[in-house]
Design a protein around this ligand. Structure first.
Ligand code: KIV
Length: 287
């Protein structure tokens, strides 16, 4: 199958549902790609689910670039989207463009940034540099300090109006799609109908052009799985079971068994006489 491009993603609006998932390293990028996702987001959720920070603020551009490179080395068919971390685009358009270029050099084929109309000029500048941008509105975790936590957005008229204006401003600025996070399903549906570009939702109901989830939530590896995410497997349990079997087998002398003891001597050796030689006896001989 051909490599997914930004044009393919835009064309999918209204014809087939778009699937995006996060991945942060080479093996998981290979696995999610083979499962058939359309886009892989190297999300700044990396901060919490992989690096153990309490919020996304802990992750740096350098961290994101390193993980984007690992994902890109998997050469996925899916479009690779790099998530611009806190501090990499807020201060100026030129800073934003420089950060986006670093992502492209690392192998990203698009970048995502959080924020609405107030960041439309950043989106425009990055797109002008030839780099596709995905917007992100609704709950924007990088702004949790400003909004007093991780509350849903767009439940009152004024906020809904603002979300619509934000979505339109991002589209106008040249974004090729927009993530809508933790908003009422009716509001996400309304935005989806108003826009020509695809909406990719998380925690915002089923009426969007696509969905995104954090891989570690799907796999049951996250410490806190949000109520809108679906755990498809309890990998924590699977991994703990596998590793405790290993611990037990080593302690009981069951591992490694004969099938895992694979190095064979190249010639018959009298290892006992070698021991004696080392202890000061006559030189050891081959058998
Ligand atoms: O970083 C991330 O994983 C995200 C998704 C939740 C959209 O931004």
């Amino acid at each position: 199958m051909d490599k997914v491009t930004v044009r393919d993603i835009v064309r999918m609006k209204g014809s087939s549902r778009i699937v995006m998932v996060t991945a942060y390293d080479y093996p998981t990028a290979k696995i999610v790609d083979s499962a058939g996702v359309d886009m892989i987001l190297v999300g700044d959720s990396l901060a919490m689910v992989v690096l153990g920070y309490p919020t996304t603020h802990g992750v740096t551009l350098r961290d994101m670039i390193r993980h984007t490179m690992a994902v890109a080395r998997a050469k996925p068919r899916a479009l690779v989207v790099g998530d611009m971390p806190f501090g990499s685009y807020e201060t100026s358009n030129s800073r934003a463009v420089r950060s986006a270029i670093a992502f492209v050099r690392a192998g990203a084929e698009a970048v995502k940034l959080e924020g609405g109309s107030e960041y439309a000029d950043r989106v425009k500048a990055i797109v002008r540099a030839g780099i596709p941008v995905m917007g992100h509105i609704g709950l924007t975790p990088q702004r949790h300090l400003r909004y007093g936590g991780y509350r849903p957005r767009g439940r009152r008229l004024e906020e809904v109006r603002q979300l619509l204006l934000d979505a339109e401003a991002l589209q106008e600025a040249g974004a090729f799609s927009i993530v809508i996070e933790f908003t009422a399903a009716e509001v996400a549906e309304l935005i989806t109908r108003r826009l020509q570009i695809p909406t990719i939702c998380i925690g915002s109901g089923p009426h969007c052009d696509g969905q995104v989830l954090v891989l570690h939530d799907i796999l049951g590896l996250s410490d806190h799985i949000p109520p809108f995410a679906k755990k498809y497997v309890d990998l924590k349990q699977v991994i703990a079971q596998a590793v405790s079997s290993y611990v037990r087998e080593v302690r009981e002398g069951l591992f490694p068994g004969p099938e895992h003891t694979v190095v064979r001597l190249k010639e018959p050796l009298d290892l006992e006489s070698l021991l004696k030689e080392l202890e000061g006896g006559a030189p050891a001989k081959q058998c």
